[in-house]
Design a protein around this ligand. Structure first.
Ligand code: SF4
Length: 712
């Protein structure tokens, strides 16, 4: 059946259609209320007026459809298919795992704000998504001053209940201290309520409620409470004053603006709540062939696909959105009320759309300028180093060992001067001697070049090191008959330099770039754009290797500590971790909780408790006592705690699965074990996504970066 016949036989029902090229590659995914008439419209004489259609039709050789009950279902499937196939004619939003959301679960005894990456239909309230983590941390820090909800994990909370004293968060007035009965349930509930109103942007309602509460407290002669409420009202007012008023009406809207330059598109979102601008985010796309209507349909479908109920009353767009009915149906279902999508032509709504477009234009200009500067850096490298090709795609390798042990290596990839984290890899050195840098690098190169068929070589291979390291890379390429530019970058060592700056940096001074077949390194000027780019790439590889090594070290320590407890063999260790979920939970468990673990006697429980109490008393440091989250400010520490929890859980899962030799040797030696890693507890699970991904490894010993694809 040829394409024309196929189109005529399509069902006139809602669903998703996929245009494919002659090799079966998906070019475009769309949704329609009526599949037959929509697909037919692409092939109508003269097209349907949309600029992308002739290009698409020219390349399309096949169409596949999936019939669905409603166009709203089609919208959800369309998003999934766009993520899966990455069609060239669709715009693709960043992976939604990169968005951050605040979660507040009123079902918890003492609710707290958690940083999570996904909405879930679990009865909790969700706020966001925040596309800028900096903006999120800032609003969170402000919020804690206004409404001091606890920020600790369940384990830390229990720990402080046991100790009978609050942590430093209480001293710093960032927590009301529920762990030690320093706040009543009623007061705490009012803090939770205030937080919810504030995050929903209902600041006027919040201020009114606080004022009422203050008056009541004053009338009842609870003067301390009244003073506290007065301070809170002032703090809320100060915060609200800083938010720009962009609308005379106290209405909540998401406003979208678009700027274009050829195929480059910038899409700006303004989040307006109660008439005030509470957040902005910019989204960049390249090689876009869609007109505004199709672009917005594709973008908004993905943007709102994972949305929770915290939706505005209106969505304003610069042009009518294709199939807006499907999106409205989806938003209505999520919000539990109507959400209007429209493209205002005049009035305050139009002004807001234009404001968003102006911001989009500025962001686009900045991006294009930055790209020009990257192009200049790449050209400079090509010319000055005599490279065969413009180094658009660069791979950089770094080997790291810990005093001759725990050898690891990293690979980072930069494309057009920007890191491509999905292509990062971590290597555990399996065969080479840990102390032999060259041998380790040889092993990494062998493993990399084994995969050259599925992963073509980049334009430039960079190694962190000098002539020796470069020689290893060049030999590996030569042995396989491969040709690609390669270089080494290393700092020149000058122990004798009188310069205080050089001394401060441990005797290291200028960067030197080593090229194959050249005895002397090339000295690029310190302010060379090309050199700065190479440094950035090398530093990133170094950071990535160190991070991996640190996590292995930490897990090794976490895993081995249970082995130290007398009388606790592998069976009991498994039972402990399986029942309590993480090493931290074991450490914090009471004797009664330990005794309730199947297979443990009261004597075992007492022994384990005494063991950990002894370590606490001796002030034993990490990993038994990871830095408590309360010692630091902000959620960056929570992220660290999530990583710790995920690492603990990795160890827990590994032991529970009976795989762990439970030693540093065991952890370093057996790849694949960490695949069992799960977040440590319900509390950490939601936050653990990033850490969990970061610790996952493939059976070959390479690990992927968050969002990355594992080596096979
Ligand atoms: S954050 Fe600190 S003071 Fe607040 S509940 Fe948790 S442990 Fe207690």
């Amino acid at each position: 059946m040829d394409l024309a016949e196929k189109i005529e036989s399509l069902p006139a029902e809602p669903g998703v259609y996929l245009f494919k090229n002659e090799r079966g590659k998906v070019l475009y995914v769309g949704k329609a209320q009526n599949l037959r008439s929509r697909v037919r419209s692409y092939f109508a004489a003269g097209g349907d007026g949309r600029p992308q259609v002739p290009h698409l039709v020219e390349r399309a050789r096949d169409v596949e459809v999936l019939v669905l009950p409603t166009v709203k279902d089609a919208l959800l499937l369309e998003n999934e298919l766009i993520k899966r196939h990455r069609p060239v004619f669709n715009v693709r939003l960043r992976d939604d795992k990169q968005y951050l959301v605040l979660r507040l679960d009123p079902g918890e005894a003492w609710p707290r704000l958690q940083l999570v990456r996904r909405f879930a239909d679990d009865g909790a309230s969700y706020f966001g998504p925040y596309t800028s983590s900096a903006a999120m941390y800032e609003s969170l820090a402000n919020l804690r001053k206004l409404f001091p909800l606890r920020s600790c994990t369940e384990g830390t909370f229990r720990d402080h209940v046991r100790r009978g004293r609050p942590c430093i968060e209480y001293e710093m007035k960032r927590c009301a201290g529920p762990c030690c009965g320093l706040v009543t349930e009623q007061e705490y509930a009012s803090l939770v309520h205030g937080t919810t109103l504030f995050l929903r942007g209902r600041s006027q309602e919040l201020r009114d409620e606080l004022r009422d509460a203050m008056r009541r407290a004053a009338a009842e002669e609870r003067f301390e409470d009244a003073a506290r409420l007065r301070d809170r009202i002032e703090a809320v007012e100060r915060t609200v004053e800083r938010q720009q008023v962009v609308s005379g009406r106290a209405v909540s809207r998401d406003v979208f603006g678009v700027a274009r330059e050829g195929g480059e598109v910038e899409l700006q979102v303004l989040a307006v709540r109660d008439g005030r601008l509470v957040g902005t985010a910019s989204h960049a796309f390249s090689e876009v062939a869609l007109d505004d209507g199709a672009l917005l349909a594709s973008f908004l479908g993905q943007y709102y696909a994972g949305a929770g109920p915290d939706l505005p009353a209106e969505v304003l767009t610069p042009a009518p959105v294709e199939d807006e009915g499907a999106l409205e149906a989806l938003l209505r279902e999520r919000a539990g009320r109507g959400v209007r999508i429209h493209a205002p032509q005049r009035g305050p709504g139009r002004e807001l759309v234009e404001l968003a477009a102006t911001n989009a234009r500025l962001a686009l200009e900045r991006r294009l300028e930055a790209r020009e500067s990257v192009d200049a850096a790449l050209s400079e490298l090509k010319d000055r180093l005599g490279l065969a090709r413009l180094p658009r795609r660069v791979e950089c390798y770094d080997v790291s060992t810990l005093q001759g042990s725990l050898a690891v290596a990293s690979r980072v990839v930069f494309e057009d001067g920007r890191p491509r984290k999905a292509d990062y890899r971590r290597y555990r050195i399996r065969q080479a001697a840990a102390g032999d840098d060259y041998d380790c690098l040889r092993e990494v190169m062998r493993r990399r070049l084994d995969r050259v068929e599925s992963e073509p070589l980049p334009d430039l291979l960079v190694v962190d090191g000098g002539r020796g390291q470069l020689a290893v890379v060049v030999a590996a390429l030569r042995d396989r008959g491969l040709q690609v530019d390669a270089l080494g970058i290393a700092k020149e060592r000058d122990e004798a330099s009188p310069s205080p700056r050089v001394k401060r940096s441990g005797g290291l001074k200028a960067e030197r770039v080593f090229l194959p077949g050249r005895k002397d390194p090339v000295a690029l000027p310190a302010d060379s754009r090309g050199l700065l780019l190479l440094q950035r790439v090398r530093d990133e590889a170094h950071r990535f290797a160190i991070e991996f090594q640190r996590s292995l070290r930490h897990r090794a320590g976490l895993t081995s500590v249970l082995e130290e407890i007398p009388g606790v063999g592998p069976g009991k260790r498994r039972a402990l971790l399986r029942t309590l979920g993480s090493l931290r939970a074991v450490r914090e468990a009471s004797v009664e909780q330990l005794a309730a673990v199947p297979g443990l006697s009261a004597r075992d429980a007492a022994m384990i408790r005494a063991f950990f109490d002894g370590l606490d008393a001796r002030g034993a440091g990490p990993p038994l006592e990871p830095a408590p989250p309360e010692l630091d400010a902000g959620l960056s520490v929570e992220a660290a705690a999530a990583e710790t929890a995920a690492a603990e859980a990795g160890a827990a899962a590994a032991i529970a699965a009976g795989e762990a030799g439970a030693s540093a040797r065991g952890v370093a030696g057996e790849a694949g074990r960490e695949r069992a890693a799960e977040p440590a507890s319900d509390a950490d699970a939601a936050r653990g996504g990033r850490a969990q991904e970061a610790t996952r490894e493939d059976a070959g010993g390479e690990a992927r970066a968050p969002g990355g694809r594992p080596d096979a």
